[in-house]
Design a protein around this ligand. Sequence first.
Ligand code: UGA
Length: 494
Amino acid sequence: MKIAVLGTGYVGLVSGACFSAWGHEVTGVDIDRARVDRLNAGDIPIFEPGLAECVLACREAGRLAFTTDLALALKDVDIVFIAVGTPAGQHDGEADLSYVFEAGRQIARTLRGPAVVVTKSTVPVGTAERLEAVMRDAAPSGEFVVASNPEFLREGSALEDFNRPDRVVIGCEDRWAGGLLEALYAPLAAEGIRIVTTGRRSAELIKYAANAFLATKIAFINEMADLCERVNANVEDIALGMGLDRRIGADFLKAGPGYGGSCFPKDTVALLRTAQDSGVTLRLVEQTIAANTARKHTLARRLASLLGGTLRGKHIAVLGLTFKAETDDMRDAPAQTLIRCALEAGATVSAYDPAGMDNARQVLPEAHFAADPIECATGADALVIMTDWASFRTLDLARVGEVMRRRAIMDLRGLYDVDLLVKQYRFTVDRVGAPLRSPERASRITLNAHARRQSGALPVHNGFRNLETSDTAPALPGGSIPREEFVNDQSQII
Ligand code: UGA
């Protein structure tokens, strides 16, 4: 088939390259000439594992080209994908569809034969219908059908997601167009991957519903992590035990600093907006957004409590800046919130990321950027793990401990073996969803707790007496600090 993809951003580039790798003739179109020139020179402007190799191979095979010339790209085309940006608009997070509609107008005026025009960008319910109206206005007798085919790619594993999706969703009411799209995805169907064909509105909503549900799953496990920290349980065990129930599923139950990126934050807010416009209240989605925002903003307070109650005058090393590993994307990354709050609270911050430094420099001009993890950790009072880059797993922790001013780690991705950190390297470890552990403080705090229990001054927080220090509580494992005790040791937070 002959395919044109409008927009050579993340979705457009990955989709175009993958369709081409399947054997189709693909032209990527962009209005940005410099970008098109770069792509034609084999220079891939985004970071995505395997993408550069895929683009180069398809270009060498003569099946993938990039142009600013829409007429050239649309000549004899069968399917046109619209993969232009849909940024959050100015009003309550409503998606800005002006690029989508402008692309549609130009396609309608340029097409010279029958084609299916497909929205790949994440667009609110009803967009395909509106797009078709805009296109009909521009070319009343144009031979086109508008369909929806949302993408479910994750940054960092986009090629794998494209070639082995859990499902393909096609929103199309027209038989001919639906047949053409099903033929396009026939190689996946042949491998047993389900092609779900629905009406256009349902297809559009599936994308938002899926993202909102995944965001809710993450927000839920993050709340369980908070609870685990207080009741001396381990969130990884909770996630394992929950996730083995097939009705729940094991994916997206990894507790962390809160979700970020260009999709969940934007799409959950856009979904709320759609619901509001339709007179429907989505309480769960509202709470997910609120819980995630609050979580990102409490990270600095959590760090302060690890360091004696204040961040003033402290030096913080942050490893991992992007919103997740295997991307250079800093959009809505929790590291941004933590670093800004820490700087505001009077700390100095040294930061390092294997891929996101250039983007991080743009959004965090006040941070110091280190050349490697060891330089980053040097002189720090605490090391914070914000992103689970694989390379951080093999850090020389003995060396890290030597160069730091104080041996404290806030591991928000559950990257390290806490026993090893505490017993072998003598770190105090604040790991997400697990009891706080320290080599030195455990005995002192346990003694303090005992003394205060004797005097009846045991702290009560949020109406709950601290379980670990109650008379009936079992002894804590070596070095484990009751988090309530730890926090209550501090007179002032930040
Ligand atoms: C997300 C969806 O997963 C894709 O299916 C969808 O196509 C894409 O949005 C989109 O709408 O375009 P993405 O934002 O690239 O993909 O990344 P995810 O892997 O979903 O991670 C999102 C955030 O959730 C990250 O900050 C990540 O660290 C966090 N996360 C994810 C967790 O904290 N815990 C988890 O268990 C999983």
